[in-house]
Design a protein around this ligand. Structure first.
Ligand SMILES: Cc1cc2nc3c(=O)[nH]c(=O)nc-3n(C[C@H](O)[C@H](O)[C@H](O)COP(=O)(O)OP(=O)(O)OC[C@H]3O[C@@H](n4cnc5c(N)ncnc54)[C@H](O)[C@@H]3O)c2cc1C
Length: 214
């Protein structure tokens, strides 16, 4: 299944790196938990970093009911959000051909507020997207906390993914230059967990924490 391609989501530069199918998009979305949400209020564009979780063709966002992003998105204004994973620095022989290896996604849709009886499930999806299994370890949100939190669901209308992999692509004559070229792979790696200063005696992090990887 693929999204319709129109002027809005058509990748023009290096179009062979573009993908419009759901499988590729969902892989990129599910590999991350931080997106940047773009929306316009009174002609002013805002791009706000925020956490997300995906369920089927929907992306859940959450936040304080009073936040500008939440207050405006729930009115049903158009929203675009992006997710980017940088997989490597691509070091070419020429300055011009330096690049990055990446997987990125741009999503278009409209948000609606998640009903009270669906809120906790949507928050579970967001939580699972960040650290699978953590929701089952913690105290669940109480009524007051749920009331203070608005959860939005963005149905994905259209989307595009763009992926670059592989070595640099230099000009033919530049391959003779005495300049190192190649790729510096990049990866986000979780370090060892640090106990909270106020941790009760005798507690240690579970395996989902000690074995956490993105
Ligand atoms: C880590 C990283 C670094 C980059 N650095 C640069 C840079 O320094 N300079 C630069 O010009 N470009 C950079 N790009 C590429 C940039 O994201 C655009 O792809 C590029 O500007 C070409 O856009 P366009 O003119 O083809 O499309 P536009 O007309 O800008 O966009 C049309 C549509 O194409 C889709 N689209 C465009 N780019 C992407 C994308 N990356 N991922 C998914 N969908 C996309 C969107 O749906 C968008 O609405 C970078 C990308 C990444 C991921």
């Amino acid at each position: 299944m693929s999204y319709e391609v129109t002027e809005r989501n058509k990748v023009k530069r290096v179009p062979q790196r573009a993908h419009y199918d759901k499988e590729t998009l969902f892989q990129i979305l599910d590999a991350g938990f931080l997106c940047h949400v773009g929306f316009v209020v009174d002609g002013q564009p805002f791009v706000i970093p925020t956490i997300y979780g995906r369920e089927e063709n929907k992306i859940y966002l959450h936040g304080a009911t009073t936040s500008r992003m939440i207050a405006n998105l729930k009115k049903g204004i158009p929203v675009s959000l992006t997710v980017t994973h940088v997989d490597g620095l691509v070091l070419a022989r020429s300055a011009f051909h330096h690049s990055m290896n990446y997987r990125s996604a741009v999503v278009f849709g409209t948000a609606r507020e998640v009903e009270d009886d669906q809120k906790e499930q949507a928050l579970f999806v967001v939580s699972e997207n960040i650290m699978k299994g953590r929701w089952d370890e913690v105290r669940k949100p109480n009524q007051k906390e749920l009331k203070a939190t608005t959860v939005l669901s963005v149905e994905i209308d259209q989307a595009s993914s763009k992926i670059r992999t592989g070595p640099p692509k230099d000009e033919t004559e530049d391959y003779e230059l005495d300049i190192w070229a190649g790729v510096v792979p990049l990866n986000v790696v979780a370090q060892s967990p640090i106990d909270d200063n106020d941790l009760k005696d005798g507690l240690s992090p579970s395996k989902i924490i000690t074995r956490y990887s993105i």
